[in-house]
Design a protein around this ligand. Sequence first.
Ligand SMILES: [Zn+2]
Length: 186
Amino acid sequence: MVANLVFYQLALIALLGVFLMLSWVWPSEPAAARPIPPTPVPPPRKRSTAPKPFAGLTHTPHCEACAQGVVTRPQAPCPPPPRMVPTRGRPRHVDTSRHFCPHPTCAYRGWVGLGNLSANGHPSGGPWQQLHCTACESYFLETHGTPLHGKRVPTELLVWAVGALAEGLGIRAVARVFEVDPHTVR
Ligand SMILES: [Zn+2]
């Protein structure tokens, strides 16, 4: 019986000790009532005025000239060859000022109206004029480099066929309408 009383007293003292410890550790005021320390507001960032290179567009220069910023300008085209004035033969009546010599080795290739071309008649009685370049002594038809070159069909028919193709008519349909071979239309 005495042991039980001692045990109860010790248990009561232990409970009191636990209560005192809890009251000391437990916060005296609720968390909402406590003042919140102010958090410092960072100052707004200032944008730097110095330009920054875009990473995707930067590249290393290809050569030393590019690194030094030397710009190589394209060279000017060569000056045109001198104009040729015919001194012999009959005066020319056929206008060749809209044609030029197509031969790659000719100095007058690509230049028009320089007097190097002369008409040489219609070979085999054909509809197209043959032109003669007095600079490189070559002959070519006036249809050189055009869709009409080498075609035996009349020009009007070819123009109508091209117009029909441009309007959306098929190749075989154009061949049937104008009574020509589909390979000719193609
Ligand atoms: Zn020529």
